[in-house]
Design a protein around this ligand. Structure first.
Ligand SMILES: CC(C)(COP(=O)(O)OP(=O)(O)OC[C@H]1O[C@@H](n2cnc3c(N)ncnc32)[C@H](O)[C@@H]1OP(=O)(O)O)[C@@H](O)C(=O)NCCC(=O)NCCS
Length: 213
C-alpha cells in the first residue's frame, strides 16, 4: 500500500480478531525489524502477551484501511509498588506500530490517542511505558521520574528519559512515589523469539546505528 492510497476517511480502528493474528505478527515484524536490535522480538512478544492474564483484551487494537491491517497497539496491566506499601494498578503499552511505508503521516498518533481514550473509558488511571518522548510527548506523556516513579530496580537518581507516564485520570498518581514493575510477560527469551521467527520468510539482521542492543 502506498501513502497516496490512504484516505483518512477509510481508516478504522477496531478490536483484533483471532483471524488477524498472523497479519498483525507480520506487520509488527516489518515495523520493528532492525529498529532496536538486529532483527526483532516484538512479533514473538505479542504471541506471549495475548496468552497472559495481564493482557487487556479490550485494548488489543488494530488500525485497518482498504482491508489491510496498517497499525496495532496492545496494553497489559502493571503495578507501581508504592513507597506507601500499596500496589497502584496502572497499564503498560506496546508493542505499537504503523506499517513502515505509512509512518510519519499522523497514523501512529491517531491510533495512540484512540487507544488512550479507550483505556480511560475502561477506568484505568495511568499508562507507563518505555519509549521516545519525541513521539509520545505529543500525546501527553511526560518523563515518569518527574512524578517520583522509579523504573524497576533503578535508583531514583538514574537517568531514565525513556521511561514515560501518561495519566488517564488527572491526579491519579498525585502523591504516589514508588517503583514501576514491568510485567513479567514482557521479558521474552531471545532463543524463543529466534525459534518463532523461523516460521517467517528469512530476513537479514543488520547491526545499525541507533539500535539499543
Ligand atoms: C513509533 C510509530 C508507531 C509512530 O507512528 P507514526 O505514524 O510514524 O507517527 P506519527 O506520524 O503519528 O507521528 C506523530 C509525531 O510524533 C513524532 N514522531 C513520530 N515518529 C518519530 C520518530 N521516529 N522520531 C522522532 N519523532 C517522531 C513526530 O513529531 C511526529 O510528527 P511529525 O511527523 O509531524 O514530525 C511508528 O514510527 C512505528 O511503527 N515505528 C516502529 C516501531 C516502534 O518503534 N514502535 C514504538 C516502540 S516504543
Amino acid at each position: 500500500m502506498n501513502r497516496s492510497d490512504i484516505s483518512i476517511g477509510d481508516i478504522v480502528i477496531r478490536a483484533e480478531r483471532e483471524d488477524d493474528r498472523r497479519e498483525v505478527e507480520n506487520l509488527i515484524r516489518e515495523a520493528f525489524w532492525n529498529v532496536y536490535r538486529p532483527g526483532c522480538r516484538e512479533h514473538y512478544l505479542i504471541t506471549v502477551l495475548r496468552g497472559d492474564p495481564a493482557f487487556v483484551r479490550e485494548l488489543d487494537l488494530v488500525m485497518e484501511a482498504g482491508g489491510r491491517i496498517i497499525g496495532q497497539n496492545v496494553f497489559a496491566e502493571a503495578v507501581i509498588e508504592a513507597d506507601s506499601g500499596e500496589n497502584v494498578k496502572v497499564l503498560t503499552m506496546g508493542p505499537i506500530c504503523v506499517s513502515p511505508e505509512l509512518q510519519r503521516m499522523g497514523l501512529g498518533k491517531r491510533l495512540l490517542d484512540y487507544s488512550l481514550d479507550k483505556a480511560a473509558s475502561l477506568g484505568y488511571g495511568a499508562v507507563l511505558i518505555e519509549g521516545n518522548i519525541a513521539f509520545y510527548g505529543k500525546s501527553g506523556f511526560v518523563p515518569a521520574a518527574g512524578l517520583g516513579i522509579r523504573y524497576n530496580d533503578l535508583p531514583a537518581d538514574a537517568d531514565t528519559p525513556f521511561f514515560l507516564c501518561r495519566e488517564l485520570k488527572p491526579g491519579y498518581l498525585s502523591g504516589v512515589t514508588g517503583a514501576y514493575r514491568t510485567p513479567e510477560c514482557y521479558y521474552v527469551s531471545g532463543e524463543d523469539a529466534e525459534r518463532f521467527d523461523r516460521s517467517f520468510p528469512p530476513r537479514e539482521k543488520l547491526k545499525l546505528p541507533g539500535q539499543l542492543e
